[in-house]
Design a protein around this ligand. Structure first.
Ligand SMILES: CCCCC/C=C\C/C=C/C/C=C\C/C=C\C/C=C\CC/C=C/C(=O)SCCNC(=O)CCNC(=O)[C@H](O)C(C)(C)COP(=O)(O)OP(=O)(O)OC[C@H]1O[C@@H](n2cnc3c(N)ncnc32)[C@H](O)[C@@H]1OP(=O)(O)O
Ligand SMILES: Cc1cc2nc3c(=O)[nH]c(=O)nc-3n(C[C@H](O)[C@H](O)[C@H](O)COP(=O)(O)OP(=O)(O)OC[C@H]3O[C@@H](n4cnc5c(N)ncnc54)[C@H](O)[C@@H]3O)c2cc1C
Length: 664
């Protein structure tokens, strides 16, 4: 039967060791074992079913999420799951919920911005979930502009308390996940006011609801901000609104690692940079990059399997039509996304390392790498989430009409994913942060301050401003050194050009605003260089398993040459390559697609996703698409009755009217 046979035959064609590739994708044999075990545990638990999600009303959907979260917590305790196993469980439950903000932002904020004593007081309560917290930063009037927040925290020396207040409508907290209906506590960001002086934004731990009856405490107004894009999707989350009317909290509930307020009302700065108040965002942006590879690989897995099952046109001698995956246009849209999923996986792995390194340095009072960590997390968060959101939509189109059905899994994946382009920093705003970092780096060239980390290449500015790409034949594009040089030269030249244009302005801030569209492109070029170079570095590691390294090399080259093709204007206009070399790159790209084609199904099998996680009829492991699509359609509540509700009120009268008209 079509589907079963197609995918089995595809799997038999694979030219590499899929089990070893699973280890590479997971990161280690241990991680693969944990992820495999937990994904099956979730898939086999009826409480974690997902199939009715898009049909539920908001209230039922939300209650169902609460049920799943409580059940997840129960299983974590019963099975004594480690932190790693619990995080995997959350991942495979696959439903945004208040727990994400509690574990993903509230706890990390206390760890990163609280003093030792504050951590000792609050963390045990949070770890045992005796309190549930969220991250209340964004307001109705300001999200990107954190320094523009209006909530106030005024020190009252009489009572040794802070008075938390929402002075305007626009100061209402707006968006925090988990806030609307669940959280008992929040880290609230507000302006620290002492003796009428404004000391800027800081974090404060505020209790919101009673631990007895869950009612908001006096002076606090809370609710949910309403339905969001799509059915199901992010509507499992209670993004909330919060207002304070002179709510008092003890002084020791200001997070005081960065600066302290004494009993006398004196502000004392510690030796850590004030930017650490933004530390949780660096942590979460790093997580979001890893999540991008998961979301993109999931969509790509669905589209690739379905493309091998789906046949249209091109009747062959054996009477069978062509698999759509064999069309070159399908390959040129699908395989770069497959390559991007792997690329984002590896850059995510590297970013996790970078974050851990920065954290260790911070503990030892070395703050030197914080600006680079901020630029990398901001830039890569922006690059990977934008590409993933676009990629999921492309996968939907790659699945033709059936991709638009909720049972394909793609509409809900798209709807749940796209806010990643906005939360944790709007993607353009974040790229502008990278641009500022690049301009600063360029301006310091030649000053004796050597560029570090991902900007080391800028130290070779003279060479990179003049070099000529050495490619003479298509295969030359397979050399990592050739690709790296082209990407470095493009990024260098775009940053230098931006800096030179900026220098023409008397007022740098005005110039920055005027040139911001170009600056964003320079930032994108730098971030793409990071992704390419981290993929190449990955390939320099010991990679066991028959054929595994060869497949990864092909994917790395596809990613790089696809980006080169997509941004050809940059590469040509900066003179990094010639039009002839561009057309050789394109020829090489086509040949790489042919190389990947027989391995495509095995390359998505290596993600090791269960059918439960994929929740897609089109992406089923067994390829049994058509019977299951047919079966799925009959489950729709609209098919509960043959004649629909409303027939007598609305359809019959029309038909009767038409009959009467016809008789006239
Ligand atoms: C049942 C299961 C139980 C187990 C469960 C286990 C696990 C579950 C969970 C895990 C989940 C983990 C993670 C979650 C994953 C996904 C996320 C899910 C949901 C997302 C929820 C979303 C939350 C949010 O959106 S929170 C709000 C985020 N808001 C923003 O991002 C605002 C964006 N704006 C800014 O960041 C800044 O204001 C700015 C635009 C970067 C800067 O503005 P500007 O005014 O220009 O500058 P200043 O503020 O004056 O700063 C200038 C100065 O500071 C430097 N800078 C800026 N930012 C940072 C930074 N973050 N770090 C370091 N330095 C920074 C900047 O470079 C400049 O420096 P300079 O002066 O030296 O040049
Ligand atoms: C699903 C979801 C969950 C969220 N969860 C939380 C949470 O748990 N806690 C929390 O505190 N917040 C949360 N947020 C809020 C989120 O962090 C902000 O929405 C985000 O930071 C963007 O800010 P904004 O809404 O103010 O966008 P704006 O800054 O108003 O953006 C609007 C437009 O203006 C552009 N723009 C803004 N500034 C500039 C500039 N300087 N230069 C050029 N263009 C600019 C942007 O590119 C964008 O196109 C969440 C948001 C969403 C969607």
């Amino acid at each position: 039967m079509a589907g079963f046979d197609d995918l089995a035959s595809e799997r038999s064609k694979a030219q590499f060791d899929v089990e070893e590739m699973k280890v590479i994708w997971a990161g280690s044999r241990h991680t693969l074992e944990v992820s495999d075990r937990i994904s099956r545990l979730v898939a086999n638990d009826p409480v974690f079913r997902k199939d009715t999600r898009t049909m539920l009303s908001r209230k039922d959907l939300f209650k169902n999420t609460l049920r799943k979260a409580a059940h997840a917590w129960k299983r974590i305790i019963e099975l004594r799951l480690s932190e790693e196993e619990a995080a995997e469980l959350r991942f495979y439950v696959d439903e945004p919920a208040f727990m994400d903000l509690h574990w993903g932002m509230f706890i990390p904020t206390i760890k990163g911005q609280g003093t030792e004593e504050q951590q000792q007081k609050w963390l045990p309560l949070a770890y045992k979930m005796k309190i549930i917290g969220c991250y209340a930063q964004t307001e109705l009037g300001h999200g990107s502009n954190v320094q523009g927040l209006e909530t106030t925290a005024t020190f009252d020396p009489q009572t040794d308390e802070f008075i938390i207040h929402s002075p305007t409508l626009t100061s209402s907290k707006w968006w925090p996940g988990g806030l609307g209906k669940v959280s008992t506590h929040a880290v609230v960001y507000g302006r620290l006011i002492i003796d009428s002086k404004d000391y800027g934004v800081n974090g404060f731990i505020v209790q919101l609801r009673s631990l007895d009856d869950h009612l908001p405490l006096p002076g606090i107004t809370i609710g949910d901000i309403g339905m969001k894009f799509g059915s199901g999707a992010y509507n499992t989350m209670d993004n909330g609104v919060l207002r304070f009317d002179h709510v008092r909290i003890p002084r020791d509930q200001m997070l005081m690692r960065v600066s302290q307020v004494t009993r006398e009302g004196k502000l004392v700065q510690s030796n850590v940079p004030w930017q650490l108040v933004y530390g949780t965002m660096v942590y979460v942006r790093q997580k979001i990059v890893s999540d991008a590879s998961c979301a993109l690989s999931r969509a790509v897995c669905i589209a690739t399997r379905y493309s091998a099952v789906r046949r249209q046109f091109g009747l062959q001698s054996n009477g069978i039509e062509t698999q759509v995956i064999d069309y070159k246009t399908q390959q040129s849209r699908l395989f770069p996304l497959l390559a991007s999923a792997y690329a984002f996986r590896f850059v995510g792995e590297w970013l996790k390392w970078l974050y851990m390194d920065v954290n260790q340095r911070l503990q030892a009072s070395d703050f030197s790498t914080l600006p680079e960590a901020h630029a990398c997390t901001a830039g890569l968060k922006s690059l990977t989430t934008s590409a993933t959101a676009d990629g999921i939509e492309e996968c939907r189109k790659l699945c033709g009409g059936h991709g638009y059905l909720c049972s394909s899994g793609l509409p809900e994946l798209f709807a749940v994913y796209i806010p990643a382009c906005t939360y944790e920093g709007d993607n353009i705003v974040l790229l502008l942060q990278v641009a500022r970092f690049l301009i600063k780096t360029v301006s310091q060239l030649g000053s004796g301050k050597e560029p570090v980390g991902t900007t080391v290449y800028m130290g070779r500015v003279e060479q990179l401003m003049q070099c000529h790409c050495a490619v003479q034949k298509a295969e030359d594009w397979l050399k990592p050194s050739v690709i790296l040089e082209a990407f470095e030269a493009r990024s260098m030249r775009m940053s230098v050009a931006s800096a030179q244009n900026l220098a023409k302005f008397d007022n740098q801030e005005e110039g920055f605003l005027e040139l911001s569209a170009d600056l964003v492109q320079a930032a994108v070029a730098h971030c793409q260089l990071i992704v390419v170079s981290k993929f190449i570095e990955k390939l320099q590691q010991d990679i066991p398993g028959k054929g595994v390294k060869g497949q990864l090399e092909a994917l790395c080259n596809i990613y790089a040459l696809f980006i080169l093709h997509k941004h050809l204007g940059d590469f040509l206009s900066t003179g990094c390559i010639t039009p002839k070399q561009a057309s050789l790159a394109n020829a090489q790209l086509r040949s790489l697609y042919s190389q990947v084609r027989p391995n495509a199904i095995a390359l998505v099998d290596a993600f090791n996703y269960t059918d439960h996680y994929l929740s897609s009829v089109l992406g089923r492991y067994d390829g049994n698409v058509y019977p299951k699509l047919y079966e799925e359609a009959w489950k729709d509540p609209l098919n509960d009755s043959v004649v629909p509700d409303g027939y007598q009120e609305y359809i019959q009268p029309i038909l009767k009217q038409q009959l009467r008209n016809a008789r006239l």
